[in-house]
Ligand binder design. Sequence first.
Ligand SMILES: Cc1cc2nc3c(=O)[nH]c(=O)nc-3n(C[C@H](O)[C@H](O)[C@H](O)COP(=O)(O)OP(=O)(O)OC[C@H]3O[C@@H](n4cnc5c(N)ncnc54)[C@H](O)[C@@H]3O)c2cc1C
Length: 295
Amino acid sequence: MPFIRDIYAAKRAAGRPVISFEFFPPKTEEGDRALFERTLPALAAARPDYCSVTYGAGGSTREKTLTLVERLQREHGLTGLAHLTCVNHTRDEVAALLAQIRALGCQNILALRGDPPGGGEFKPTPGGFEFSSQLVQFIRAAGDFSTGVAGFPEGHTACPGGKHADWAHLKAKVEAGADFVLTQLFFDNDDFFEFRDHLTGPLGVRVPVVPGVISILNAAQILKFTQLCGAQIKPALRATLEALGTDEAAASEFGIEYATRQCEALLRAGVPGLHFYTLNKPHSTLRVLKNLGLA
Ligand SMILES: Cc1cc2nc3c(=O)[nH]c(=O)nc-3n(C[C@H](O)[C@H](O)[C@H](O)COP(=O)(O)OP(=O)(O)OC[C@H]3O[C@@H](n4cnc5c(N)ncnc54)[C@H](O)[C@@H]3O)c2cc1C
């Protein structure tokens, strides 16, 4: 399977955006069945350029990340991107995981610090890493991987110095060897443009900076989710979501329209690709892609 840095380079040369989908490993057998029997075949038919799989805070879903990446690659011929975090891992464990990822035929890793189990403050594991930049460096030294990192258009919630300090830390991740940046979801493109322009201007970052997009499925769910990940919902959008209440069909239709308008503006502004948080549901992402003429 190709390196993701090469996918961005080839698409850029062809003047086309890179389309990627993010999945999470389900916690239940029913979730597994829905993912493998319905979601993946439906989304694979849209021929994304690659698919990423999240890595949980601990427990059984961690092993499932690699299984899912392997099945995406083998059964659907898709390029996989395995997320990997510093949470609860020593360097030796990470070295063993890198060997396992390589043995599965996956050459692409999204290097993250990770969210601590049960929330709260991140505590480095003795013998592990404190920041994702160290993980990026470690992966680079292991060789033969294309590595992505997370970026936060509104700044990372745990950065006391504010968003500009956080963006300087992101530059350090790129200098440590990251080939591309995938952002946290956001709802106001101006936040993304300010972030991108700061990175590519004063900070001199040259790797692809790729917006993460979500099509809202459910008003209550997105209000809770954004609180956790630190993305802002500004008053006008909040009022619309509150008015939609528990009407999931209406929320999902609104989400498709909102994400379509957001993506159109991002594409007009020359983004290198769109990374869709699919929430393991195919319908909305496919509708947005169809609206954009990219399905
Ligand atoms: C696209 C995407 C995918 C994600 N996938 C997952 C996943 O699969 N599993 C999961 O658990 N979480 C995932 N997350 C969430 C992510 O792990 C958390 O947001 C985490 O809190 C931050 O991760 P990071 O890699 O950006 O951390 P880091 O880059 O280590 O940054 C963490 C904090 O430390 C600060 N910092 C960095 N370097 C320094 C330094 N040298 N000195 C002082 N401060 C510093 C940063 O500004 C930031 O506030 C994802 C996020 C995104 C955007």
